[in-house]
Design a protein around this ligand. Structure first.
Ligand SMILES: Cc1ncc(COP(=O)(O)O)c(C=O)c1O
Length: 305
């Protein structure tokens, strides 16, 4: 199953073998995309045990998605956080990518179905570098997507829900088929929004810019990057900008739980100065050390069992 295997999965409150974590093909979520989910990473800490990066913030965002979608999840935040550690323990892993999902099960199939069971799953698997070793070292190549992010009244962009991701998958297919590593998605006004699974930053003349978190996924990594930049005394502006700001940037990077902090070397065939630049390098280093419990002022972000 191409790398998503594990020995055990947490399914509706119980640890079950990977092969037994099954749902019915008539599950409502499969047909309409009603699955609130998260992507979380755990890292081995200096004591050799597991620490999950900003698990509380991820679970709060999951709760926000559940609430916006008007789902009823039978597990509270504390139970879901515990479930993440149970999955790691069951698989004997300290480092993994963790995927909680709360979704509508089989019952009625109408769009307005409200009485279907809601299932809760926490899976985990080994996920290495999302953008590959070469991409992390030399920077990746971006393409502005022809697929535009949803209008804020077409879908709620701050929800991390399966159905919203059709838009992202279309953009990612297009970028990869056209020979690029990732897409830059624009919003309905034509301004830069985010990557298909990452938030975006650029730097020019020592100042860092990123789109405000109003109509994008409010990334947990984005907040960590903002914390790092502010801690370093680097000026950051959360503001609207068009793609041409990226063409003339000194540095561009993407960030997300899967992609971590990924440098960018080219956008729409315009080369950037040699990548990673000094600010990107500093952020990459501090992030990598922080999530592994090696930066004292970031240590609160490491959640332990
Ligand atoms: C569309 C989108 N933007 C940004 C991100 C980055 O968010 P995070 O840093 O919380 O992983 C993700 C990943 O979840 C995403 O899917």
């Amino acid at each position: 199953m191409a790398g998503i295997e594990s020995d055990f999965i947490w399914f509706d409150g119980k640890i079950v073998p990977f092969a037994d974590a099954k749902i019915h093909v008539m599950s409502h979520a499969l047909h309409y995309g009603i699955g609130a989910f998260e992507g979380i990473r755990s890292y081995t800490q200096p004591d050799g045990k597991s620490g999950i990066w900003r698990l509380d913030t991820h679970m709060r965002r999951l709760g926000d998605t559940v609430r916006m979608m008007r789902l009823t999840c039978p597990f509270d935040q504390a139970a879901l956080q515990k479930a993440c550690f149970e999955v790691l323990d069951a698989n004997h892993w300290t480092e993994a990518y963790i995927r909680p999902i709360v979704f509508t099960g089989a019952g009625e199939l109408g769009l307005g179905a409200r009485s279907n069971p809601v299932h809760t799953v926490v899976g985990a698997f080994k996920w290495g570098l999302y953008m590959g070793e070469e991409g992390m070292k030399r920077g990746i190549r971006l393409k502005t997507s022809t697929f535009v992010r949803h209008h804020p009244n077409a879908a709620l962009q701050r929800m991390k829900i399966s159905g919203n991701y059709v838009n992202n998958v279309l953009a990612r297919y297009e970028a990869i088929d056209d020979g690029f590593d990732e897409a830059v998605m624009l919003d309905h006004h034509g301004f830069v929004a985010e990557g298909t699974g990452e938030n975006l930053f650029y730097a020019r003349d020592g100042v860092v810019y990123t789109p405000s978190a109003m109509n994008i996924l409010p990334g947990v990594t984005r907040t960590t990057v903002l914390d790092i930049l502010r801690h370093e005394g680097i000026e950051v502006r959360e503001q609207t900008f068009a793609r041409d700001a990226l063409y003339t940037a000194d540095e561009v990077w993407l960030c997300g739980t899967a992609a971590e902090v990924t440098p960018v070397r080219e956008i729409d065939r315009r080369e950037l100065p040699p990548s990673p630049g000094p600010i990107t390098s500093r952020v990459i280093e501090t992030y990598a050390a922080g999530v592994r419990g090696n930066v004292s002022w970031l240590r609160d972000g490491v959640i332990r069992a």
